[in-house]
Design a protein around this ligand. Structure first.
Ligand code: OAD
Length: 238
């Protein structure tokens, strides 16, 4: 075990007020590609850039095209939580971790057993009518073909935050307050390039900011401990 991982082990051992903030890199070891790595979603060829497809105006104008992308790229079948998800759930059960704040929409933290999960960008495991807001089972939108419609005529949509849409203010408020009050903040598997989510780090006031990411991030120089390794492998050792 290397020195950095030993230091992280010690930080975790000494704290009972840890908050985790993560992104797509947390789920790559479960087989879900991230967005910005060379093999990520944003480097694949589509007629429109994924940021465009995943926007509110695109969804409204071209729901068929949106749903083609959604089913082909956002829905990944038979995925299971990996060692990072599982260890985080365990730390919560041990009373050490207070909340997981995630930008992911895959529901894998809950599948691993985490209870306090703040989904900043929503979840593809929930759906509702964009007109009357009636909830629908997610299978209706994630599988099948065409544009799913509600009895009221509205298009059924995933309960995710698209580009041009604002984050749920209650979730954002809870996330900032967990981070502000955390003793240890572990940030992992996120490029920290998408705001307002990335800016949450600025609410942290402690002196144990840990960054675990395969590649460099714009926040590396602010962190007290930076580990450039695979997050599942790191959590397996702490
Ligand atoms: P990104 O794809 O931007 O960043 C993922 C980061 O995780 C990259 O820096 C990778 O190097 C790193 N990474 C990948 N696999 C890893 C592993 N096994 N261990 C450690 N690090 C790993 O994803 P996010 O930062 O989550 O938003 O992107 C933020 C938002 O951009 C997403 O929520 C999504 C996207 O557009 C919306 O759709 C609104």
């Amino acid at each position: 075990m290397n020195e950095k991982i030993m230091r992280l082990r010690e930080i975790i051992r000494e704290s009972d007020n840890i908050v985790f903030f993560g992104g797509a890199g947390v789920s790559t070891e479960s087989g879900i590609p991230d967005f910005r790595s060379v093999d990520g979603l944003y480097h694949q060829e589509w007629k429109y850039p994924p940021e465009t497809i995943l926007s509110h105006s695109f969804f409204t104008r071209y729901p068929e095209e949106y749903y083609r992308f959604h089913r082909a790229k956002l829905v990944v079948e038979n995925v299971k939580p990996n060692r990072a998800h599982l260890r985080l759930a365990e730390l919560e059960r041990e009373g050490k971790l207070k909340a997981v704040i995630t930008q992911n929409i895959d529901g894998l933290h809950q599948a691993a057993g985490s209870k306090k999960v703040l989904e900043l960008h929503g979840s593809i495991l929930r759906a509702y009518c964009s007109k009357c807001r009636k909830p629908y089972p997610a299978d209706l939108i994630n599988f099948g073909s065409g544009v799913p419609r509600c009895g009221c005529g509205g298009v059924i949509r995933p309960d995710i935050v698209l580009y041009e849409e604002s984050l749920d203010q209650d979730i954002l408020y809870q996330a900032t307050s967990y981070i502000r009050n955390a003793d240890v903040l572990i940030v992992g598997g996120t490029s920290l390039k998408v705001y307002p989510a990335a800016g949450l780090i600025n609410y942290y006031r402690g002196n144990k900011l840990v960054l675990i990411n395969r590649s460099e991030t714009p926040y590396d120089s602010y962190a007290d401990l930076v580990i450039h390794e695979k997050i599942g492998e790191v959590f397996d050792q702490v």
